[in-house]
Design a protein around this ligand. Structure first.
Ligand code: T4K
Length: 372
C-alpha cells in the first residue's frame, strides 16, 4: 500500500451541504455564544441520543471538566476512576483539584472492574468516573448500586459511546452525567466539540453558566467558569453530520463485522466481549495481541507502520503511569489494566476505509504472526 492508512479519518458531510448551511452566518454575523445553531443542535441531539438534558461544549475534555465542576465536590475529594483511558479523563479530575484513585479494569471489556470499587472507597470519596472505553458499556447497574450505597455521584466518560444504547435507552441517560466527545476523530464530529448529558434540570443552568465564564448577567459573575462554548460553525457541522449518521454507522459496521469474523478465530489474538443488551457504534476496533501470537504488540505495531498502516496503542501507557501522574496518587493493583495496555492495538476503521485496505490489514497482521 502506497498511501498512509491512519487509524481514523474524519467523516464529513458533502461540501455543498455545509457551505449552504453556513451561509446565514454571513447575514447574522452571530458566530458563537449560544447562537441559533447551538440551540438547534442541542435540541436535535437531545432527541437523537435519548437523553433528558444536554449541554453542548467546545470539546469533550472541557465537557468532562465542567461536568465534574458542576457537582461542587469539596477540594481534595477522591474520585475513583480508570487508568485505561485517554489522559483527558485523569486531567479533568486533577484540574478540578480532586484526587484520582485508580481502579483496575476487567480483561473482557476494558471497563472499570465493579468488584474492585468498594475496597477503594474512603470517607473522602465523592464520585466515580468510569469510562465506556471504545463504546464498551460499563456495568452500569453494579456501579449505580455502589454509588447509591455510599452516596457517590457517577459521571461517565462516554467520549467513545455516541449513539450507543443500553437496554433500549441512550447511554447518556445513566448515572448523574455522561460526557461525549465530538472531536474530528470520533464516530460523530462537530470538528471539535462535546456534550454533557444528564437528567437533573438544574445542572443545565449550572453548565450554561460555567461554559460562559460563570456570567449570570452583564454585571454579575457568580462562579469561576471557563470559556467552553461551541461556536456556530461547529454546531452547523454537527447538524450536517447528523443528517448522515445512520450511513456512517452502517458503513463502519461492514468493516467492523469483517474484522470481527477474521480475528475471532485467530490464535493468540483476542477481542473484547460485546454486551448483548448494548448496541455498537463501531467507533474503534481494538485487538489484543497475546503472548501466544508469537509476535508482541509492539512488533506488530512497527510491522504495520513499515507497511504504511498507522494503528495506534490506545491506551498505552496507562494514565497513572504518565509523567504528570506517576507515583502521585493512590494506586490499587492495576494488573489487568497494565496487561491490556501492553496488548492492545487499535486498527484503522472509518467510513471511507476501502474493504481492500481492511483486507490488507488483516493479511499483514496474519503475516506478522507467522514470522514467529
Ligand atoms: N475521554 C476520552 C476517553 C477520550 O478518548 C477523549 C478523546 C476525551 C475524553 C477528550 O475528548 P476531546 O476533548 O478530544 O473532544 C485523539 C483525539 O484527539 C481525542 O479526541 C481522542 N480522545 C483520542 C483517543 O484520540 P490523538 O492524539 O491520537 O489524535 P491524532 O491527532 O493523532 O489523530 C488520530 C488520527 O485521526 C490521525 O492519525 C488521523 C485522524 N484525524 C485526525 C485529525 C486531528 C483526522 O482524520 N482528522 C483530523 O482532523 O488523540
Amino acid at each position: 500500500m502506497d498511501d498512509k492508512i491512519l487509524v481514523t479519518r474524519s467523516s464529513m458531510p458533502p461540501y455543498e451541504e455545509y457551505i449552504e448551511a453556513i451561509k446565514p452566518l454571513w447575514e447574522s454575523h452571530w458566530l458563537t455564544n449560544m447562537g441559533r445553531y447551538h440551540r438547534e443542535l442541542e435540541e436535535k441531539l437531545r432527541e437523537y441520543m435519548g437523553v433528558m438534558e444536554l449541554s453542548l461544549m467546545v470539546n469533550g475534555h472541557m465537557a468532562l471538566e465542567l461536568a465534574i465542576q458542576a457537582f461542587d465536590f469539596p477540594e481534595g475529594a477522591e474520585v475513583i476512576t480508570t487508568p485505561f483511558t485517554f489522559v483527558s479523563t485523569t486531567h479533568a479530575i486533577v484540574r478540578n483539584r480532586l484526587q484520582p484513585v485508580f481502579c483496575d479494569v476487567k480483561p473482557d471489556d476494558g471497563t472499570m472492574d465493579e468488584n474492585k470499587i468498594e475496597e477503594l472507597i474512603t470517607e473522602r470519596t465523592a464520585a466515580i468516573v468510569p469510562v465506556h472505553v471504545y463504546g464498551n458499556v460499563c456495568n452500569i447497574e453494579a456501579i449505580q448500586e455502589i454509588a447509591d450505597k455510599y452516596g457517590l455521584r457517577v459521571i461517565y466518560d462516554a467520549a467513545h459511546a455516541f449513539g450507543v444504547k443500553y437496554k433500549g435507552h441512550g447511554i447518556g441517560s445513566y448515572g448523574d452525567a455522561s460526557v461525549f466527545s465530538f472531536h474530528a476523530t470520533k464516530v460523530y464530529n462537530t470538528i471539535e466539540g462535546g456534550a454533557v448529558a444528564f437528567s437533573e434540570h438544574r445542572i443545565y443552568e449550572k453548565l450554561y453558566n460555567l461554559k460562559n465564564f460563570g456570567i449570570r448577567g452583564e454585571e454579575i459573575v457568580t462562579e469561576v467558569g471557563a470559556n467552553a462554548k461551541m461556536n456556530e460553525f461547529a454546531a452547523i457541522m454537527g447538524l450536517c453530520n447528523l443528517n448522515h449518521i445512520e450511513k456512517a454507522f452502517a458503513n463502519r459496521k461492514i468493516k467492523y463485522e469483517y474484522y470481527r469474523n477474521e480475528f475471532s478465530y485467530m490464535q493468540g489474538i483476542r477481542l473484547f466481549d460485546e454486551k448483548k443488551e448494548a448496541t455498537r457504534n463501531y467507533a474503534y476496533f481494538p485487538i489484543l495481541i497475546e503472548e501466544t501470537y508469537g509476535r508482541t504488540r509492539n512488533e506488530i505495531y512497527s510491522f504495520l507502520r513499515e507497511n504504511n498502516i498507522y494503528a495506534r496503542k490506545y491506551f498505552y501507557p496507562l494514565t497513572s503511569d504518565q509523567v504528570c501522574f506517576k507515583n502521585k496518587y493512590k494506586n490499587a493493583e492495576l494488573g489487568n489494566a497494565r496487561k491490556l495496555a501492553n496488548e492492545v492495538l487499535v486498527i484503522p476503521i472509518y467510513e471511507e476505509l476501502e474493504m481492500e485496505n481492511a483486507h490488507n490489514i488483516v493479511e499483514l497482521i496474519k503475516k506478522a504472526g507467522k514470522k514467529g
